[in-house]
Design a protein around this ligand. Structure first.
Ligand code: 4AD
Ligand code: MG
Length: 483
């Protein structure tokens, strides 16, 4: 099968000796000269298209001429021809067409990608077709390659891949930004209530109650889409030592920015016996490994991003991969920010959450490289982070990168039962909801640490794309779930 239907990526890496090949793909362009017609065919297996030439005089049939006339951008074709060295620059081989079959046409007056150089805004409205463009084909291949790199990194280091649930009853980050999962139908209940009201009846028993009462719901209690697989990952780390999750997470935060999605993918490693310093080391190595993978395994796509999307990208990434990240406490960073307080719209003060203007300033002006910020005030971090002896700060770490800001958030975890219970109480969370999580501190508790890397943030960083909606196939954001 593969031999008969090779990908264009495979065809162009062959030695051209006049052998017959079949090219399957979508036409990018067609160009006529006096004697020849040139057709560029792309199948998305690699950045390059393959050039097929049809010699008007040598054409063995009229069928080819007829079909060539019908071809427009987007037409899907099957071509048989001879693979020969190409006289044109920029390509080693080309195909001399011997037969041409049209598999599906793409009428010029209605195919949305007929023109070249559409804006990314427009392409978001045709997200089902945009993968056929250079940019989105390259992004698709990078997503796939980076996923493989992530698994390889952890598998090479003895980590187990663990599948944590997407539906959960607990709020990992304690921020309450969750999507409710229910089989209850508010519309039906409202209609019943309305009809009952019209008829002058009191609400039928069970109608209002069914809506309000999660005992009657599918899970018998409120359930949500997960914001993080961390809590469950911790349970596995405390049994098989090193684990990672890699899956979708959901946040109902009303953030209409170029860095936030309501559905995004997150990688969350969790390591037993790791302290914050070990956590920082592995996070830094991980980012550098992923950068090197992109540069070494995806040179064509990266060359495209470097030349067309973000000039200087490759140079910057190379520099990052060969230099040390700055490691700074929140308190030290705050001193730097306060020195230049006038620069900021939001005045920084000890205890405030960092705004993106602050993150930008630290990474781009002060340290001029990625920064790992640690030991944040407990008030702005989640309940599970290990308390420092000062009683004010926690063993948190965020990795910030120039041009983007936060790419990783993580911490050493509180492994002491009493201190963890106190934090849960202080934050007004329900202890009973976390009984199983607290059990980890009752039975064989050990120091442990972990972090979360936002997969789409990583892709923005590595590709130089600027809007997070352009590095996931079908973005979900407030008022956006079109496809
Ligand atoms: O900092 P966060 O909220 O940390 C956690 O969820 C921890 N439970 C992780 C852990 O320690 N296991 O999120 C982690 C990362 C962020 O640094 C960011 O890269 C990404 O997830 N992220 C988002 N990406 C896209 N859209 C959003 N709305 C995101 N929120 C967080
Ligand atoms: Mg965070």
């Amino acid at each position: 099968m593969a031999a008969e239907k090779p990908l264009i990526k495979e065809i162009i890496s062959q030695k051209a000796e006049g052998q017959e090949v079949t090219v399957l793909g979508w036409v990018r362009t067609k160009r006529d000269t006096k004697n020849l017609t040139f057709v560029q065919v792309n199948d998305g297996s690699c950045f390059a298209s393959i050039q097929v030439t049809f010699d008007k005089d040598a054409n063995p049939s009229n069928e080819i001429e007829t079909n060539l006339k019908k071809i427009t951008t987007g037409t899907s074709v099957s071509v048989r021809g001879k693979l020969v060295p190409s006289p044109a620059s920029g390509q080693a081989v080309e195909v001399q067409g011997l037969s041409l079959e049209i598999l599906g046409d793409a009428p010029a007056d209605s195919y949305p990608l007929q023109k070249k150089n559409h804006s990314f805004e427009f392409l978001r409205t045709v997200a089902h077709l945009r993968v056929r463009t250079n940019t989105f084909g390259a992004v698709a291949r990078m997503r796939s390659q980076m996923s493989f790199a992530i698994h390889t990194f952890f598998q090479e280091r003895g980590f187990q891949y663990v599948h944590t649930p997407l539906i959960t009853a607990s709020d990992c980050e304690g921020a309450g930004e969750m999507f409710r999962v229910t089989t209850m139908n508010p519309q039906k209940i409202a209609e019943e209530a309305y009809e009952a009201g019209k008829a002058g009846k009191t609400l039928p028993e069970g109608a209002a109650a069914a809506f309000a009462d999660y005992n009657n719901d599918f899970f018998g209690k409120p359930a949500n889409l997960t914001v993080s697989g961390q809590l469950e990952a911790e349970t596995y780390a405390l049994g098989v030592s090193r684990v990672y999750t890699f899956g979708p997470t959901f946040r109902a935060e009303n953030s209409n920015t170029t860095r936030h999605l309501a559905e995004f993918w997150m990688i969350e490693p969790e390591m037993a016996f790791f302290r914050l310093e070990d956590n920082m080391d592995i996070a830094e190595n991980f980012i550098k490994y992923l950068i090197n993978w992109a540069l070494e395994k995806c040179p064509e796509d990266m060359a495209f991003f470097d030349s067309r999307i973000h000039p200087g990208l490759i140079e910057t990434l190379k520099k990052v991969s060969s230099s040390d990240f700055a490691r700074v406490t929140y308190t030290e960073a705050m001193k730097e920010l306060e020195k230049c307080a006038d620069k900021f719209e939001f005045k920084p003060y000890w205890g405030c959450d960092l705004q993106s203007e602050h993150e930008k300033f630290l990474t781009e002006e002060v340290y001029k490289r990625p920064v790992i910020l640690t030991d944040y005030p407990k008030e702005i971090k989640a309940f599970y982070m290990k308390m420092n002896n000062d009683g004010k700060t926690v063993r948190a770490m965020d990795v910030l990168v120039p041009g983007l800001g936060e790419i990783i958030g993580g911490s050493e975890r509180e492994e002491n039962l009493e201190r963890l219970e106190n934090r849960i109480k202080e934050l007004g969370l329900e202890k009973d909801d976390y009984w199983w999580y607290l059990d980890l501190r009752r039975f064989g508790s050990v120091p442990h640490s972990g972090f979360g890397l936002g997969f789409e943030r990583l892709l923005l960083y590595v590709t130089g794309m600027t809007n997070i909606r352009d590095v996931i196939p079908y973005p979900r954001a407030p008022k956006l779930a079109d496809f």
